[in-house]
Ligand binder design. Structure first.
Ligand SMILES: *Cc1c(COP(=O)(O)O)cnc(C)c1O
Length: 400
């Protein structure tokens, strides 16, 4: 009983025991007073780009399904056929028995589209970003990343146990300063950024980052979750900027413009071979369901052949910014920064009244005082939809 007495002693001074629910309720109240509490709203998805909320029909301007491929007849057919042929679940990790034949087809297509030697598909973009950095940087190495890098990239940086530094958003001089000061102390150095920033819609200075990586003997990894399928005639930001052959680690997701699910990396054959051996989020996670992989293959087919479709999201984004005298869009994502979380929510509600679903993005997803409306434009939005949306935004009186 020695043990029990000891335990009780160390608990002294901690106040009354609270149940997990009591502790959790306090945390939720804390979020509530800051207007930061989130919940999961049920959203019906009918026709492409249309949703229903509380029985009201809405046109969605906040979906990442930029090409509407999640609802495309060919893509749905491919998924249904794969279920018939292969069943529903993959059954195991890809390294055990979960590597069904559709994976090779998908990886060949990805490598071809991106012009790399090889590609590797992960369970999701999050899992790809969690698993990749630790394979190329560890203790004694340095990772330098844009301060606005996606939460999944930060998870991978943390998991790597490398030293990390963050440069000011898209600030190439700040990145150079860190390299000048720190690079010499470390063995390997990884620079990480997004091709298109998910909450701001702006693009990284990829050519400049490639230059820095070459000068300072560092490796560049890009996350092109929002550029792939939209920019560079669907090939992504690196192609758009003419630097595809200078970025050794090109990560992306199949869950946005591709309309399906999964993450990937395009790279050289040796890089892919090492990832298969070392990336824990690949090795210790079950393979994707065959239907999901088949859907991705069918969607990539469409992206590869239908340049007209691929150009539409940017065309609609441009129509919107021109109509409201905003700066030209750099991607299919257009943010309108509002500031206070509460006002962003009110604005979002006003747009719902007008029949548009545009979510308010609040901290901690974006920095404090930069709560915003984030508009995403997609191929299935008509010019008339966009014009009506611009009118509704004007009516909120939020724009100068
Ligand atoms: C959505 C997103 C991810 C995560 O991809 P999933 O496939 O949804 O897990 C990673 N990085 C960025 C920049 C994203 O926007």
């Amino acid at each position: 009983m020695q043990f029990c007495v000891q335990t009780v002693k160390t608990m002294e001074g901690r106040g009354p025991n609270l149940s997990i629910d009591q502790v959790v309720r306090r945390k939720l109240q804390g979020l509530e007073v800051q207007t930061l509490r989130r919940g999961l709203l049920e959203i019906g998805r009918g026709d492409v780009g249309r949703t229903t909320r509380d029985g009201q029909d809405l046109i969605s301007f906040c979906c990442n399904d930029y090409l509407g491929l999640s609802q495309h007849a060919e893509v749905k057919r491919a998924a249904a056929d794969a279920v018939e042929t292969f069943g529903v679940g993959a059954g195991a990790s890809r390294l055990v028995t979960g590597n069904h034949p559709l994976y090779a087809d998908l990886e060949d297509r990805l490598a071809r589209l991106k012009g790399t030697e090889a590609a590797l598909v992960f369970g999701s973009g999050y899992l790809a970003n969690l698993g990749i950095p630790p394979v190329f940087a560890g203790s004694g190495d340095l990772i330098i990343a844009d301060e606005l890098s996606h939460a999944s990239m930060r998870a991978g940086i943390q998991a790597s146990q490398a030293e990390s530094r963050f440069f000011q958003h898209n600030d190439i001089d700040d990145c150079r300063r860190i390299l000048e000061q720190e690079r010499i102390r470390f063995r390997h150095c990884l620079i990480m950024t997004e091709g298109v920033f998910s909450m701001d819609g702006d693009r990284a200075p990829l050519a400049d980052l490639c230059d820095l990586a070459e000068i300072f003997d560092a490796w560049l990894m890009t996350d092109d979750a929002h550029g792939f399928g939209v920019l560079g005639v669907g090939r992504g930001s690196a192609v758009e900027d003419g630097v595809a052959d200078r970025i050794p680690l090109q990560m992306g997701t199949l869950s946005k413009a591709v309309g399906s699910y999964g993450g990937f990396i395009c790279a050289s054959r040796p890089v892919i071979d090492l990832l298969v051996n070392r990336a824990r989020s690949l090795i210790y996670a079950t393979g994707l369901p065959p239907a999901v992989v088949a859907a991705s293959c069918a969607a990539l087919d469409i992206i590869e052949r239908d340049d007209e479709l691929v150009r539409l999201p940017m065309a609609r984004a441009l129509q919107f910014t021109q109509s409201l005298n905003l700066p030209d869009p750099e991607s299919s994502i257009v943010p309108v920064i509002i500031g206070a979380a509460e006002e962003a929510l009110t604005a979002s509600e006003q747009l719902v009244q007008e029949g548009f679903l545009v979510t308010a993005i609040r901290p901690p997803t974006v920095p404090y005082d930069t709560a915003r409306l984030r508009f995403t434009f997609a191929a299935h939005h008509s010019e008339a939809d966009v014009e009506r949306l611009a009118d509704a935004v004007r009516e909120t009186g939020l724009l100068p």
